[in-house]
Design a protein around this ligand. Sequence first.
Ligand code: TXA
Ligand code: MG
Length: 332
Amino acid sequence: MFQPAHPGEIEHAARLLRAGRLVAFPTETVYGLGANALDAEAVARIYTVKRRPATSPLIVHVASIEMAESLVAHWPAIADRLAQKFWPGPLTLVLEKQLEKQLEKQLEKQPVIPDIVTANLPTVGLRMPAHPIALTLIRAAHIPLAAPSANRFTELSPTTAEHVRRSLGSDVDLILDGGPCKVGIESTVLSLVGTLAESRPILLRPGGISRTELEAIVGPVASAQEVQAGAHPSPGLHPRHYSPRTTLYLAKNGKLPDQGQGIYLQHASPPKRPDIKTIQMPTAAADYAAALYEKLHEADTANVDWIAVDLPPTAPEWEAVQDRLRRAASNG
Ligand code: TXA
Ligand code: MG
C-alpha cells in the first residue's frame, strides 16, 4: 500500500517549487514532474532530467480558471465552455500565450510564461488536474506548474510513485505519493488557436476526454493529421513515444511471434501459443486505459523478449488507447 502525501509534505513540496526545485506529483492521468512555470531556470532542469529535446513544449498546470486566464492573451468563450465542463480533468487547452510586449500597454503586472516552457511557440497548453494533491500543491505554491509526465523522454509514463522512482530516482527533489492514477493515460490536448477566426478546434493528442465528449460541447473537432498535411509537424506528435524498453507488437487474433518468450496482454482473443504468460486486460475502454501503463511497466520488468498486445476495437472510445499502443509498438 502507498503512503499518501500529508499536508505538511505538500507544504514542503510547495516551498521547494518556489525555490526552483523539481517535485513529482500525482495527477488523475499520470504523474507529473513539476517546476515553477514562471522560472526559466527551474524549467530548464525538467528538460535536463527528462533528457527531453527543447522542441517539445510543456503543459502548464493551474488550480483555477482565473489562473489560466492570467497566462493567455485572450480567454475565448469556447475555452470557458470547455473549462467549465471538463476542469478539473484530463483536458489540456492550447491557447495564445500572454506576451511581455502586450503587457507594456497594461498597468497591472501579469505573470508571463517563459519561452522555454512552450518551446518558443507563441501558444501555451493549460490544464487544471483533478487530483486533490495536485490542486492543493498548486494552491499552496501559488504559482502555475510546468509538468511533463515524470519519466525519461520516450519512456512509458508513470502511473504510480514507484514508477517515478524507478525512472528518475534521485534526479527529482521530492516525489509526492498519491496512489495509482485513476485515468491512467495522458490528457487530451486540444488546440483552440484560430477558433476566434472560425477555425475548428484541433485534437493534437487524444486522451482522457474523448472526441465525442468534446464534440458534444464545441461541435466538430479537426484531427491534427488533417490539418498538418505536410506542413510543420505539431510538437504534440512525436511518433515514438510512450514505449516500454521491451519490443512491443500489436497482435491480431492472438497471433504471436514464433520465437522467444513473451507476455501477452489479452483483450478478447486468446493467444495462439499456449506456453505464453497472459495478462487479461479489462474489457471497457476506460478501465483498459487505467490499467494499460501499469501492465506495460509490469511486463517491461519481467525480462522477456517481447510484449504482444491483443489489439482492442477501433470504436471511438478506444481512440486514445489505440493512439498510445500504436506509438509504443514496433509494428504500429
Ligand atoms: O496528462 C497529462 O497531460 C500529463 C500530466 C502530468 O498532466 N502531462 C503530459 O505532459 O502528458 P507531456 O509533456 O508528456 O505531454 C505534453 C503534450 C505534448 O504532446 C506536447 O507537445 C503538447 O502536450 N503540448 C504542450 N504545449 C503545447 C503547445 N503550446 N502547442 C502544442 N502542443 C503542446
Ligand atoms: Mg510524456
